[in-house]
Design a protein around this ligand. Structure first.
Ligand SMILES: [Zn+2]
Length: 141
């Protein structure tokens, strides 16, 4: 079966106890990451324990919706029949501005997938997949 919408083509995120606040913020078109309430360290993806000080106390911090391509891959092979009409596509890691090491796994859109380059400046664009799920994608800025 060939899909036409993101919901049909790509798996939707699973919202667990640690990740739900991230996805709820995405639904409001806000980009947030976990911040340790004790030592202030930012971290992503969400985890129950601060890797710096072992605290379980968590806050959520707004982060910029801008950054640069840290690395990427361009997928030409359709991993399932649903992807056959949607290759090539890129899977990119974006290093967010103003952070030392907060990186999001995402996709760069509004560009030929073959034209994505390391260091390219990008900005977030929100894709409302369905009424419960919005995903942060990026486009060249
Ligand atoms: Zn900490």
């Amino acid at each position: 079966m060939r899909g036409t919408t993101r919901e049909e083509i790509f798996p939707l995120p699973e919202k667990g106890i640690d990740t739900a606040p991230f996805w709820e913020a995405c639904n409001r078109h806000e980009l947030v990451v976990q911040q340790c309430a004790d030592c202030g360290a930012l971290r992503h993806p969400p985890t129950p324990v601060c890797p710096d000080c072992r605290s379980y106390e968590v806050d959520w911090a707004d982060v910029p919706g801008t950054g640069e391509i840290y690395t990427y891959t361009t997928t030409h092979y359709a991993a399932s029949p649903a992807h056959e009409d949607h290759t090539p596509y890129n899977v990119s890691i974006v290093l967010l501005d103003g952070t030392e090491d907060i990186r999001l796994i995402t996709q760069v859109v509004d560009i030929d997938p073959e034209s994505v380059e390391i260091g390219m400046p990008v900005e977030v664009v929100w894709e409302d997949v369905n009424e419960d799920t919005t995903v942060p994608l990026f486009r060249p800025s």
